[in-house]
Design a protein around this ligand. Sequence first.
Ligand code: AKG
Ligand code: FE2
Length: 306
Amino acid sequence: MTALMDIQQKTMDEYPTRKDSTPALLYRTCPVVWESGDGGPHDGPYTADELASYEAKGYAQTEALLTPDEVESYSAELRRLSQDQELKKDERVIVERSSDEVRSVFEVHKISKLFADLVRDPRVVGRARQILGGDVYVHQSRVNYKPGFGGGDFWWHSDFETWHAEDGMPAPRAASISIALTDNYAHNGALMIMPGSHKTFVSCVGETPEDHHRSSLKSQEIGVPDKHSLAVLADMHGIDVLTGPAGGATVFDSNCMHGSGGNITPFPRSNIFIVFNSVENTCTEPFAAPKPRPEFLGARDFTPVK
Ligand SMILES: O=C(O)CCC(=O)C(=O)O
Ligand SMILES: [Fe+2]
């Protein structure tokens, strides 16, 4: 990229972050639910009421997206991956800070045929297409294990803030689906979302260090919203705790303020996460990092999921 393009991209940046020494709360400038390219009605699994609720809250929960048999076979696949000693040497496998247990495995849709098929499943990709208004590709996929007796927390963050700063995602026209493979209770580290927070972009302070992902995937310190902004958002919106039985799914906007507590119970809380981005929002140069992260964290292949 030339210096001029660099300047143009920076001046056009509607979601500036990690560039200033003071945090800021900015309005989201783009839609949450997108019209499909042909301007026609939204085709897909969600009803109009569900879409309206997603627009307002930034997330939608679905009970029993997977059958009990499917939950069992995906769980078996999760166990197989976590016990694969060869795979443990792979950079796509992240272990917990405080133990040798697997925390996350990235790019599972490339590692496992079962997860590759799940990404293409109309129950999954159909939801993303409907919200994002047409063709989507996988920006990232992962499983988060959150084992019992010590699964670590995920501090409050907006995924889009990281994808924008470090992967060059222009706008929050992306959505994640989190599919529960274990029961999610309030006490085993269920996902928490501030409903409505997706309409505010929290501009964070701090400069992204070189190879930031090596530490941030265990515990994030840069790209973390300041406590005052978090308190303002929590006062405005409150906090929803997304509990529910295994097999359920939550789709949430890429700019939702979310996080989860650690898991000191004996009950693991394992989820599959797939991030879909619109093909009209493909990644450019990072907006606030020296170079893009590796492809297993932020895809540069924008082939739509069919
Ligand atoms: O698994 C969780 O509770 C949250 C994970 C998350 O937000 C992330 O990995 O970006
Ligand atoms: Fe996240």
